[in-house]
Design a protein around this ligand. Sequence first.
Ligand SMILES: Nc1c(C(=O)O)ncn1[C@@H]1O[C@H](COP(=O)(O)O)[C@@H](O)[C@H]1O
Length: 162
Amino acid sequence: MTVEVGVIMGSTSDEPTMIHAIQVLEELQIPYEKRIVSAHRTPDYMFDYAATARERGLKVIIAGAGGAAHLPGMVAAKTTLPVIGVPVQSKALSGWDSLLSIVQMPKGVPVATVAIGTAGAENAGLLAAQMLSVFSEELAHKLDARREAKKNEVLSHQEADV
Ligand SMILES: Nc1c(C(=O)O)ncn1[C@@H]1O[C@H](COP(=O)(O)O)[C@@H](O)[C@H]1O
């Protein structure tokens, strides 16, 4: 099956966060690849990864990074595929640094930035799935079913009316 989503992250230390995006993709049976790519540490690989992503068949890239989180923006600079940026929670500044590095892109080069940390990573997986669902009724149905299940889970925790 052709890989549709590239899940990339600046370091192996981002894995505990980015696993939450991956779990959504696995749950929805979306083919993905996971790579450690860094604008700072492996700039040439990052450049090549982004520049060839579309021709390799990828449809969306989820990029997570922490601290001086330049990876999502730099990848977005080298591809016109949608890039979803996940600010990984940093120790020193609780992820504010990551968030601001990712979200404040100059006009013309968008990155769809989600919330800091694991909730953001999960939403990144869902957002990628929702983008792909535009072209897949099957995936749209899976997403509807997931929403319904989550809704029922919330409602099941309500106390019975007296
Ligand atoms: N922000 C970036 C980039 C980048 O933006 O290219 N490359 C690595 N990093 C980040 O450095 C943090 C610490 O990395 P280490 O734990 O490896 O020292 C990670 O959160 C990573 O995303």
